[in-house]
Ligand binder design. Structure first.
Ligand code: S3P
Length: 168
């Protein structure tokens, strides 16, 4: 069983991914953490020193490596993962994708406090952050919508989610 949690930055993929992996007793991977440990530098440093394109390539390579070397896992993807290359088709073929669709107001409040670690938003004022979320979310929505399962973060109930995953 291979489960991929997708959704915007700050949507709670890592938190819910850990909960789900514990419930299912299968390993958990955070794709951002895997990229950082493979590159031996922070995401911010990868963006600054090597550019976003290099980050996207590394992200894709690690997505493939983990998916192909494990039979079962829950993976929290980065917010952009499903939107580059053919990653969303790849994940849909390899396993079950779940879109954690969190309200924009909640995203804004969370991201406002956690801007520093995220290269795409760290230099934005609050007003700019708000427009960024609206614009980026509308660009990315068509990728997130391709998930097999969609769940509002406020409705995530692990038992129900597990049931849905088994019935896809
Ligand atoms: C990104 C989201 C981040 C990380 C990188 C780019 C994006 O992951 O992969 O900063 O393009 O939305 P989180 O969604 O875990 O913050």
């Amino acid at each position: 069983m291979k489960i991929f949690l997708i959704g915007f930055m700050g949507s709670g993929k890592t938190y819910w991914g850990r909960q789900l992996s514990q419930k299912l007793s299968i390993p958990f991977f955070d794709l951002d953490e895997q990229v950082v440990s493979h590159a031996e530098k922070s995401i911010k440093d990868i963006f600054d020193q090597e550019g976003e394109e290099k980050f996207r390539l590394l992200e894709k390579d690690l997505l493939h490596i983990i998916t192909e070397s494990h039979d079962s896992f829950v993976m929290a993807c980065g917010g952009g993962t499903p939107c580059y290359f053919n990653n969303i088709e790849y994940m849909n073929q390899a396993g079950t994708t779940v879109w954690v669709n969190t309200d924009m107001d909640i995203l804004f409040e969370r991201l406002r406090k956690e801007k520093a670690e995220r290269p795409l938003i760290r230099d934005l004022s609050d007003d700019q952050l708000s427009s960024f979320i609206t614009k980026k979310f509308s660009d990315r929505r068509l990728y997130y919508e391709q998930a097999a399962i969609k769940v509002g973060e406020e409705d995530v109930q692990i038992e129900k989610l597990v049931e849905e995953i088994f019935h896809v």
